[in-house]
Every structure is written in structure tokens, then in C-alpha cells.
Design a protein around this ligand. Structure first.
Ligand code: SF4
Length: 328
């Protein structure tokens, strides 16, 4: 188990990340999907079923210290691996509850929600944020590129069995003739939301592909279109729809040494490309441009313009593990 962040999240505020499944060297992620828009990269270590991965006392202690230092709004199971791939999710949630009252969220692709042990783990959290990007099997396979045999129908059916609070997260985009943001796709998604909302009230988070990924040509939809889709869903279903409005929240952070700042910036960028504003707000609005410039000169970071904004990203994720050893 590894703690990272906090990272600014437009859904969860100041979110302290907990990674239960770390990617092996040479891979960007451990997942049962390979979504076209994935920000982690596409060197995927595929796991077809969950297993127990041990968590040490030292790792819980590190998390306890991070909570005390950063006062997060949420503790979120997320990161380089699909959290439900670790059958110790429920155990981790119970142990964290004994340390803090900070609410626990889990970001999941819901691919293993048919397994009772996985549902037990999810139910141990306060909020399950489950990914549904596709209204049908064809788009599911093209957008999420799931492990063979997974079906969107089974995911929807089994999400109804979750007892804790559920939010459905959908990322809308278009790419090379593929889109889940046209009228037909949105109507199909609304049918799914309706079905889930009938069994228990849900919240919808609507995002778009505004960060750069390896898939050049991936296009975000406009804020205006997002708002109009959000209004449409909300008026049809009468449920809360929260959509991305162009900015991550400002965060208050403790003062960091240069060494800590450098290390935390790399950890943040390892998980997602960020703008200068995202990064500096993550660190209490300190000026991080000098650190970013020196990381670029060292060949560790790159930058790219996407949707009229400059994003910084990590060039070689493998370097990070070596750098972290040096910085410890
Ligand atoms: S489920 Fe998440 S981690 Fe897995 S491929 Fe999709 S976006 Fe990436």
C-alpha cells in the first residue's frame, strides 16, 4: 500500500490517495481495462481476477502521518492499480477507519463487482465512484478495452447490489470517429443511470478528456456541452449531476522543503498530467515554476499544449522509482 498526494480533485476536494495495487517496474498500471483516455499510460499489467496483497503496519503508519500533516477532505483508494484487484480493500478500509474520521472513497472500474468479496470491500467505504463510460457492449469494448469476458450488463446489474453510497463517473470525449457524447450514446447512458437510480439514489460525475494522454487526437467536449448534458440528465432523472467546470480546487498545503516539493510534484505527475495552476494550487499556491523548469532540463518532465492549456507530464515513470530511492 502506498500513500500519495493529496491531489486536487474536482469531485472530492483535497484527496489523499491510497494505492493498494502498485504497478511492477516497466508497467504504467495494473488494471482489467485499458481505457483509451487513461492518463497513466498504456503499458498495462492485466489481472483477470483479484487477489490478496499484503499491507504492512509501516504503511498504515505512513498514512496516519500523512493524514495528520495534510488534513484531507477524503481518503481515496485509487492510483496505479484498480483497487478492487486487492482483496484486502475491506481490511484496509476498516483499519483506516480506526485511525481517522476522514471519509473514504474508492475509484473503481467496477469490473469485479460481481464477486461478493469485492462488494464487501466496496461496502466498507463511504463512497463508491464507479466508472461507466459506455451505453452498450460495443462502445464498452472500444472505449474501456476490458479484459475478455467482462460485460457492461453484468457491471450494471451487480452495481445495484452495492449498499454504500454510489456515484457514477462518466468521461465524455471523442476520438477518431468514436464518441460517447452524441445524442444516441447519452440517451443510452441515461437509461443506465435511470436503472441504477431506481434501486438506490445515485450521483453522477461528468468529466471530459481535458488532460493529455498518449492517444493524440483525443478530444474533450466543451464546458458548454458538458453543462447542457448535465442539465438534460438532471431534469430527466431529478438527480444530482456534478460536472467538471474547468478548474481543480485550490488546496492548502503545509510548507515543504525543496526536496519534498520535488518528490511530491513527481508523485502527482506520475498519476496525471497537470497544469502549472493545478500543481501550484496543490502546494498552497507556491511558485513551482523553477522546480518544473529544472525537472524539464533534467529530461524528467515534458510539457504539451492540450485544449489551450500547458500540461506537465512525467517522461519516464521508471525514473521515479530510482529518484525516490535517492530522495529517501
Ligand atoms: S480503469 Fe482507470 S486505470 Fe484502468 S485503464 Fe481505465 S482509466 Fe486507466
Amino acid at each position: 500500500m502506498k500513500t500519495y498526494g493529496p491531489v486536487p480533485s474536482w469531485r472530492l476536494g483535497n484527496s489523499l490517495g491510497v494505492d493498494l495495487v502498485e504497478a511492477p517496474e516497466g508497467y504504467d498500471k495494473v488494471c482489467s481495462f485499458d481505457c483509451v483516455y487513461c492518463q497513466l499510460g498504456h503499458r498495462v499489467f492485466r489481472m483477470s481476477s483479484p487477489k490478496k496483497m499484503e499491507i504492512s503496519e509501516a504503511e498504515f503508519e505512513e498514512l496516519r502521518k500523512k493524514i495528520a500533516q495534510t488534513s484531507p477532505d477524503y481518503i481515496t483508494f485509487s492510483g496505479e492499480g484498480e483497487p478492487t484487484l486487492n482483496l484486502n480493500l475491506g481490511y484496509a478500509a476498516k483499519r483506516i477507519r480506526a485511525i481517522t474520521n476522514v471519509p473514504l472513497a474508492v475509484l473503481t472500474n467496477a469490473s469485479f463487482v460481481h464477486l461478493p468479496r469485492v462488494r464487501d470491500g466496496l461496502n466498507a467505504c463511504d463512497l463508491v465512484i464507479a466508472k461507466i463510460d459506455a451505453p452498450n457492449q460495443e462502445l464498452f469494448e472500444r472505449i474501456n478495452q476490458p479484459y475478455h469476458g467482462l460485460t457492461i450488463k453484468s457491471i450494471v446489474q451487480n452495481l445495484k447490489k452495492i449498499r454504500t453510497k454510489i456515484a457514477i463517473q462518466t468521461l465524455l470525449f471523442s476520438y477518431d470517429g468514436l464518441t460517447n457524447a452524441d445524442e444516441t450514446a447519452i440517451n443510452g447512458l441515461i437509461d443506465i443511470y435511470k436503472e441504477l437510480n431506481c434501486s438506490k439514489p445515485i450521483t453522477i460525475y461528468l468529466g471530459t478528456a481535458y488532460r493529455p494522454t498518449d492517444f493524440k487526437g483525443l478530444e474533450a467536449i466543451s464546458e458548454r456541452q458538458l453543462k447542457s448534458i448535465a442539465d438534460n440528465i438532471s431534469s430527466q432523472l431529478g438527480i444530482e449531476v456534478i460536472y467538471y467546470q474547468g478548474a481543480e480546487p485550490r488546496m492548502i498545503a503545509r510548507k515543504l522543503t525543496d526536496k519534498e516539493l520535488r518528490k511530491d510534484i513527481l508523485e502527482l505527475l506520475k498519476r496525471r498530467p497537470c497544469t502549472l495552476k493545478d500543481i501550484s494550487s496543490r502546494f498552497g499556491n507556491v511558485d513551482v515554476s523553477g522546480v518544473l523548469e529544472s525537472l524539464i532540463k533534467e529530461g524528467i518532465l515534458g510539457n504539451r499544449i492540450q485544449n489551450a492549456e500547458k500540461f506537465y507530464f512525467l517522461i519516464k515513470p521508471i525514473i521515479l522509482k530510482k529518484l525516490n530511492k535517492k530522495l529517501r
